[in-house]
Write a protein that binds this ligand. Sequence first.
Ligand code: PEP
Ligand code: MN
Length: 353
Amino acid sequence: MELESILLPGVDAKRPLIIAGPCSAETEEQVMETARKLHARGIKIFRAGIWKPRTKPGGFEGIGAEGLPWLQRVQSELGMYTAVEVATAKHVRDCLAHNVDMLWIGARTSANPFAVQEIADALEGLDIPVLIKNPVNPDLDLWIGAVQRIYNAGIRRIGAIHRGFSSFDKKIYRNLPQWHIPIELHRQLPNLPIICDPSHIGGRRELIGPLCQQAMDLNFDGLIVESHCNPDKAWSDASQQVTPEVLDFILNTLVIRDTNQTTESLSALRRQIDELDNSLLELLARRMRISQEIGQYKKEHNMPILQSQRYDEILQNRISQAVSMDMDGEFMKTVLVAIHEESVRHQQEIMKR
Ligand code: PEP
Ligand code: MN
């Protein structure tokens, strides 16, 4: 892909590129007050959601095109650039009619090739930077496919936004970072800048700072952070928005380490290995915990620990699954036997209690 820089004139080329602003444009006053405070702290690109994709109906679904002239005030009175999420061809047209400087495609939209294609068609022949969020599901090809659709429409100023992936059991994060996915995106498309969205990954204010630092340590090019003049009163995503003052503090405390270009691709691969090993360990720990629960159940119901038929089934199924996934059957057997032995040991501990 022959991409051009997403940097806008006058925006510092130094990493990280910063985009900040409220989840949603709510009122003209809220937009202007937030923008003024961000501008005073050196932020150049102002984000604001105009149309909001909400999981359930009944919430605030965005102020709509009525909010676009407010963003024009941000441009003319403060000299800031504006960035808005688009999900339909009409959104694109409305944004262009109001001179929005940068567009982004939201996570629910990038998961839908029909919607991305509709946006791509509306962008045909135009020259505007477009940022593409990862789809809500952890599907790298779907993400790359969305980038390609926009590229094929002739857009050359393209960036990606990593905002995490939704999962059924949410624990620390609102959307799991699964860092190995954007890292692999970078390996496949090294010229595509990647911006991290700590707000939608974290879902909580206290995670914004650590996530920004993690993104910088992983060589992300920029950050898009939700910031609101009065976060507690925000009409959407209140728990993850920070004041412009807090954002300024977070950005000032970031440590930006220089990347060693010569080993960049090797370290990208190593980071993926680290990330995957981390996931493997978490999965193993979860599996052990469940196996302990099974041990408890067996104890309470006076059942023996070893249920050979079940064990044989597990071995057979997993080994043929592994072979179909291009792994060696013997290798998988060794792994499974070791895991099983450890599970049995855990269950024996429980029986002894
Ligand atoms: C947003 O940026 O406010 C938003 C709706 O994000 P996402 O598409 O990542 O959920
Ligand atoms: Mn939001």
